[in-house]
Design a protein around this ligand. Structure first.
Ligand SMILES: [Cu+2]
Length: 127
């Protein structure tokens, strides 16, 4: 019989393994399915002349953290706007910025830089 602590450690362990595999296997224009741990889904997005992975898959109704790492100083990408979820954030260069929201409906939603030149996509699936 596993206690709560063992379960949490196992979930984190599996999440780390999945993250490491994805990190090394992901190429350009890749798809990333958010890792769920402790009732929260989390995904990292690199911002450099676009968004990598270009498509992120989230589950509806689960609090989401998109962690944008802006790996450049080009002012084009300094702001990210998620129209569909009423969210926007300033992304300091060479830093990670967390954008948090709970996807409330399924579908495919584009998000952009402040000028609408860069585009990424979020696919929200039924949990
Ligand atoms: Cu831009």
């Amino acid at each position: 019989m596993m206690d709560m602590y063992s379960i949490i450690v196992s979930v984190i362990g599996v999440g780390l393994i999945v993250f490491i595999l994805r990190y090394f296997l992901s190429g350009p224009d890749s798809i990333e399915i958010a890792t769920i741990a402790l009732d929260q889904q989390h995904v990292r997005i690199r911002v450099k002349g676009g968004y990598e992975p270009a498509l992120v898959v989230l589950r509806r109704g689960v609090p989401a953290v998109l962690e944008f790492f802006r790996d450049e100083e080009d002012s084009c990408s300094e702001r990210v706007v998620l129209h569909a979820f009423n969210k926007s954030a300033f992304l300091p260069a060479h830093e990670s910025t967390r954008v948090e929201f709970t996807p409330d409906r399924t579908g495919k939603f584009a998000y952009n830089c402040g000028m609408g030149m860069l585009t990424g996509e979020i696919l929200v699936k039924e949990a």
